[in-house]
Design a protein around this ligand. Structure first.
Ligand SMILES: N[C@@H](CCC(=O)N[C@@H](CS)C(=O)NCC(=O)O)C(=O)O
Length: 230
């Protein structure tokens, strides 16, 4: 597949964009990365994703595909020769989709809530909620991974990509809040998985360094504060 056939509209700090980068890397597909400027939306983005106006958008042979998880599934369906991303067993596939939806609907909003929480009471409540979810993840890892190294089993799969793409932002929350969310003692399965995931060839260099994300997080916080005072 020629490089010009696949374009990705995105921004490196976005975990949703990182999902698509990882899936394309896994399948060894060359693509052109079109970096969107933070706070501005290019004409191409508005034209390609007029409904949500969000990144990522993948343009394949001039046809836009939106929504990160839909793009990852599309990649798996189009490039069947590379490693398989979705589990082949229908039940395993259903579970991977269930937990991937949990990332977007419940877990990431809870992580964000903790990062933005102000005051001890709000922070403690948000942390408690998130720690309960981390226990659920430890259990889901054992069940989905069936004792192997990844949620997808021997290899990185759909749920690894869906959840793992948020590890950079998880570390930001840990460092800024001086807390531990993935812990050798409490969540040993996840701790080993996070290490393996981040050092995988398809992932290395995709998830930005924590320091860079912290700078961005501070900017978001300052902006949210300024907006709430206006
Ligand atoms: N559900 C979408 C979420 C994508 C998303 O929230 N993208 C953010 C960047 S991290 C964005 O484009 N935000 C711009 C906006 O909300 O206007 C997906 O999975 O692709």
């Amino acid at each position: 597949m020629a490089a010009s056939d696949v374009k990705l509209l995105g921004a490196s700090p976005s975990p949703y964009v990182n999902r698509v980068q990882i899936a394309l890397n896994l399948k060894s597909i060359d693509f052109e990365f079109l970096e969107e400027t933070f706070g501005a939306k290019s004409e191409l983005l508005l034209k390609s994703n007029p409904i949500h106006k969000k990144i990522p958008v993948m343009i394949h042979n001039d046809k836009p595909i939106c929504e990160s998880l839909i793009i990852v599934q599309y990649i798996d369906e189009v490039w069947t020769s590379g490693p398989t991303i979705l589990p082949s067993d229908p039940y395993d596939r259903a579970m991977a989709r269930f937990w991937a939806a949990f990332v977007d609907d419940k877990w990431y909003p809870a992580l964000k809530e903790l990062r933005m929480a102000e005051g001890e009471e709000a922070k403690t409540a948000a942390l408690e909620k998130l720690m309960e979810m981390m226990t659920l993840w430890e259990d889901a890892f054992a069940k989905c991974g069936k004792g192997k190294g990844f949620f997808g089993g021997e290899c990185i799969g759909y749920l690894d990509i869906a959840f793992g793409s948020f590890l950079g932002w998880l570390r930001v929350t840990e460092e800024m809040g001086e807390i531990k969310l993935i812990d050798e003692a409490k969540t040993p399965g996840l701790a080993g998985w996070a290490e393996r995931f981040c050092s995988h060839e398809a992932v290395k260099g995709v998830i930005p360094e924590t320091e860079k994300l912290i700078e961005l997080a501070k900017m978001f916080q300052a902006r949210a504060k300024a907006q709430s005072q206006n």
